[in-house]
Design a protein around this ligand. Structure first.
Ligand SMILES: Cc1cc2nc3c(=O)[nH]c(=O)nc-3n(C[C@H](O)[C@H](O)[C@H](O)COP(=O)(O)OP(=O)(O)OC[C@H]3O[C@@H](n4cnc5c(N)ncnc54)[C@H](O)[C@@H]3O)c2cc1C
Ligand code: SF4
Ligand code: SF4
Length: 342
């Protein structure tokens, strides 16, 4: 079979609106030819036209091999797992989104030397502008706890800098399911160009996700123009059937999701994975009481990270999570988006 190039990716993913914006193709392109523009609702990346495969006839295919939107999409609600439990951090994490279990797990992993870097999304607390970052200190990680719902930045583009420039070899990636699918493809690929990245990723930590918003459309558009809310007026965003905006003055504003349809990233309409079925550990709010995190521990690697955090008094596990509640939300996402994802 002919090796695929960015032209195949363009035809099948970029031009069809299926791109999730994960940034994997940007990271793995050995010619650094793929990039994203900045702005509102940027649906996919672009190429500068130079391609090792197409221009130089050198076998490559790295971008196509890493892309999570190529081929069939996962359609499992819960996926395989070893344990599904409620959990919370055993120490104070002021900005945590749910129980702070994600921060607790990875704080322990950094302190124990299980990982040397974390690739994730942080935000400027004044403008709420998201950026993909590489975190190497537990203090910074604790400071950056919380979810970015208007997250979109090509998260995995940071992999290139982390692996090639900084030479990190024990990386944890925190990502929503589309990013974790790309990580899974990179880890399992037999394409030699992907192997250095695959080997360097030690842990894939997936966050549950029903959909995500474009920063410019939501924060600079809808909230500023229609609701007269500046980013610095917002203490926290949460999605619980509605977008819940906790303001700095302590009052709450609820916005029906139907009203925010134009702010949803286009690629999310093709996504049928809510629980990050290909992660080592998945984490979410649904399925656990307020103030705790649901953890789906899927692999022995994931279990090792959890056990270490418990041993070191960083993480406390509670009862079994409410799996029917999680399944219900995941099924609704599959039903809603399946017709688009063929
Ligand atoms: C876009 C999005 C949609 C979500 N939708 C749902 C949902 O529908 N139902 C549900 O139950 N849960 C959802 N979650 C997960 C939930 O908001 C919490 O992230 C999860 O419960 C873990 O909480 P925690 O307190 O343990 O995490 P914390 O301890 O607060 O740590 C969160 C970590 O995630 C990182 N992070 C934040 N946003 C992103 C991002 N966009 N990409 C990569 N890393 C990020 C932070 O840097 C931080 O390290 C969503 C999360 C996101 C980002
Ligand atoms: S889904 Fe990810 S890998 Fe695929 S084209 Fe979009 S940014 Fe690139
Ligand atoms: S809905 Fe799917 S495509 Fe959109 S951000 Fe979430 S995981 Fe990615």
């Amino acid at each position: 079979m002919a090796v695929k190039s960015y032209l195949d990716l363009k035809n099948e993913v970029w031009d069809t609106g299926k791109c999730s914006g994960c940034g994997a193709c940007v990271a793995v392109c050995p010619a650094d030819s793929i990039s994203f523009d900045e702005g509102e609702q940027v649906t996919g990346p672009k190429s500068n036209g130079y391609c090792k495969q197409v221009t130089d006839s050198v076998q490559c295919g790295a971008c196509y091999a890493a892309c999570p939107r190529v081929g069939d999409q996962p359609k499992e609600t819960l996926g395989n797992y070893l344990r599904m439990v409620t959990a919370k951090a055993s120490f104070e994490i002021p900005h945590r989104q749910s129980g702070g279990a994600v921060t607790a797990l990875l704080t322990n992993a950094l302190e124990e030397g299980l990982i040397d870097a974390i690739i994730t999304v942080t935000e400027d607390r004044w403008t709420m502008q998201p950026s993909s970052v590489i975190i190497t200190s537990s203090d910074v990680l604790i400071q950056q706890a919380g979810s970015r719902y208007s997250w979109w930045v090509p998260l995995l583009a940071a992999l290139k800098y982390a692996v090639i420039e900084r030479k990190f070899r024990r990386i944890a990636v925190i990502g929503v399911p589309c990013a974790i699918q790309a990580v899974a493809r990179i880890r399992s690929s037999d394409n030699d160009l992907l192997k250095p990245y695959g080997k360097a990723i030690r842990l894939a930590l997936g966050l549950f996700c029903t959909e995500t918003f474009d920063y410019t459309a939501l924060i600079n558009g809808k909230l500023r123009n229609q609701y007269k809310l500046e980013p610095y007026d917002i203490r926290k965003l949460d999605v619980k059937g509605k977008l819940e905006v906790l303001k700095q003055d302590g009052t709450m504003l609820s916005i029906p999701l139907a009203e925010l349809e134009t702010c949803v990233r286009k690629g999310c309409h093709y996504c049928t994975d809510m629980t990050a079925v290909l992660a080592d550990i998945s984490a979410g709010a649904v399925g656990s009481p307020a103030g705790t995190t649901t953890l789906i521990i899927r692999t022995s690697t994931g279990e090792g990270f959890v056990d270490s955090a418990i041993r070191n008094n960083r993480l406390t596990l509670g009862t079994a999570a409410d799996s029917p509640a999680i399944e219900k939300l995941a099924s609704a996402k599959i039903r809603k988006n399946t017709r688009n994802s063929h």
